[in-house]
Design a protein around this ligand. Sequence first.
Ligand SMILES: [Zn+2]
Length: 187
Amino acid sequence: MSDPAHSIDDRQVKALDAKVDAAIQLVARLHDALLDVKRAISHENPVRDVLALYDELWINLYARNAKPVVHYEFNRVVDPAHVKRLLKVFDTNTLKQRVTRYFLDRDLFLVKNGHPFNLFLSRLNTYGVVNVPSPSQAVTTAERERALQMRKAWGGCGHKPRCASSGACVLAIITKWRAQEQQVEVI
Ligand SMILES: [Zn+2]
């Protein structure tokens, strides 16, 4: 039997639960504020860095030889806020890796639309899959050789738009294979 003097009723439980929620939110705000200060002190600007990488990879694919330089047209109001929100969930390198994988994806729909930022946001989770290689991830010798043979058969890069380098091309080919293998597994 519980001691009535020490038991709490539903209403009290609810009130305590609300207090815990409020405290958790406070800690989260404190965490964000401290992170902002830390980044400011070390001159880190991860939002700028992520957007700069996006722009760089976009230029590589769509405006490599443009003079004067053409940049990706971000929505300067909304897009940095999206990146800031994502950086609360992912660290900078994880997010950059996903951006890199996004540009390795030569899905026709993506290419037709010029790899827009909003599709990156909506497909973000797809590019977290480890099966999709990033330049820093190991590509097997067999994969590389198969990809090089494919390039040979194409007489160079067969992508539209063309890849910035043969290395990027090989990765794009392997990325597609791995994505296809994954779809088969899912089905
Ligand atoms: Zn290519």
